[in-house]
Write a protein that binds this ligand. Structure first.
Ligand SMILES: Nc1ncnc2c1ncn2[C@@H]1O[C@H](COP(=O)(O)OP(=O)(O)OP(=O)(O)O)[C@@H](O)[C@H]1O
Ligand SMILES: [Mg+2]
Length: 347
């Protein structure tokens, strides 16, 4: 599926604008605050039904208006299809209405007709730099996107975990506590098994695709099983702290980079560019992963080139070549270096 053009009406800082995209590479250029990220967000929005940085949906509508609209034309097997989302704010409530070829659709059906999208933004460096919860969130998002069962088991697990913690917080005798927990222990063990298995499978997949130019990236899964065996060991401590202490909500992932001279954990020892390349390694594999399942995804790169040297920029440009890519940059000089067929949108 190829994005041919998009029309924005009162979306973020845009009033009325139509933009046309190249089949391979489109560069969105412009100084700070011109709307580069907003344009990428509009593309993301029309593909996913939500933006990637709003706290409230109304933020997507231009500040001075109460209605906004994004319309996109995608080409699929030679035919053009029009996808549109209207956002309407009235009486303090924001609603979105979805259309495919002018026919109203429910979100779930609307999304079924669209390809997937992989987004790469500067703050995703926190997947590497940040707390383990951010890495878990990232893997949850990747796995849920493709696997409804994963989403369901994760949801069940999180709800049951809250129930179990509430029971642990009660001041009751150990016998009563054990009795009340027994159902939830079985349930959590069952639900967590699916989550752990799918995370392991994705880690195996990533480790089968280690190479990025001359570097080798890999990942190790520091899994924390919610098993009867671990539970026996940890239960006295859980009683003292009144909290569940094991399970996939405590998993972490180490991301390692290796070249001819060294091998290191990037979270602890990586330089800024190594962190960025590690995110790129995750993202390029996310693309390949979704490609198998859902056809070719569209790749959105928001301002990711700025911290990379010429060589690393080239690595990225070479790898993204096979996907329709829309990339933003403030770097005029870099634009001259891109020799491939491209469209430049100057905002
Ligand atoms: N709902 C909205 N209505 C009007 N303006 C908005 C809305 N949301 C964001 N903006 C404004 O849109 C402008 C462009 O934002 P955007 O993040 O797209 O800039 P950018 O070109 O990516 O800049 P940078 O190079 O700094 O990343 C900003 O001035 C922002 O405050
Ligand atoms: Mg921006």
């Amino acid at each position: 599926m190829i994005l041919k053009k998009i029309s924005l009406s009162n979306f973020r800082n845009f009033k009325n604008q139509e933009l046309v995209f190249n089949r391979r590479l489109t560069i969105v250029a412009g100084e700070n605050s011109r709307g580069k990220t907003n344009l990428l967000e509009a593309i993301y929005f029309v593909l996913k039904g939500q933006g990637f940085r709003e706290e409230k949906e109304e933020e997507l509508i231009n500040l001075n208006f109460s209605r906004g609209k994004v319309t996109a034309v995608f080409e699929d097997n030679g035919a053009d299809n029009v996808f549109e989302i209207d956002i309407d704010k009235s009486n303090g409530k924001t609603v979105k209405i979805f259309f495919v070829d002018r026919t109203k659709k429910r979100l779930i059906l609307y999304k079924k007709e669209l390809t997937s999208v992989v987004l790469f933004t500067p703050d995703q460096i926190n997947i590497i730099k940040g707390a383990p919860s951010l890495r878990r969130e990232y893997f949850n998002a990747v796995l849920s996107e493709r696997d409804d069962e994963y989403k369901k088991h994760l949801n069940n697990f999180e709800n049951a975990l809250r129930r179990r913690n509430r029971i642990l917080e009660k001041h009751v005798s150990e016998i009563k506590l054990r009795d009340e927990l027994s159902f939830w222990n079985d349930y959590l063990e069952k639900e967590s098994r699916y989550i752990t298995e799918k995370r392991s499978e994705y880690v195996v997949y990533l480790n089968n695709h280690k190479k990025l130019d001359s570097k080798m990236f890999s990942i190790s899964y520091l899994r924390n099983d919610f098993s009867k065996k671990n539970l026996t060991e940890v239960f006295p401590k859980e009683m003292a702290l009144r909290k569940t202490l094991i399970g996939p909500q405590k998993d972490d992932f180490d991301i390692i980079v290796q070249d001819a001279t060294s091998k290191k954990d990037i979270h602890r020892y990586g330089s800024r560019s190594e962190e960025r390349l590690a995110v790129f390694w995750l993202k390029i594999n996310e693309l390949r992963y979704f490609e198998n399942e859902l056809g070719k995804p569209i790749l959105l790169l928001d301002d990711i080139f700025s911290e990379l040297d010429y060589h690393n920029k080239k690595i990225i440009l070479n790898l993204i070549g096979q996907y329709q890519t829309i990339a933003s940059t403030t770097d005029e000089e870099f634009l001259k270096e891109i020799k491939s067929d491209k469209e430049i949108i100057n905002l």
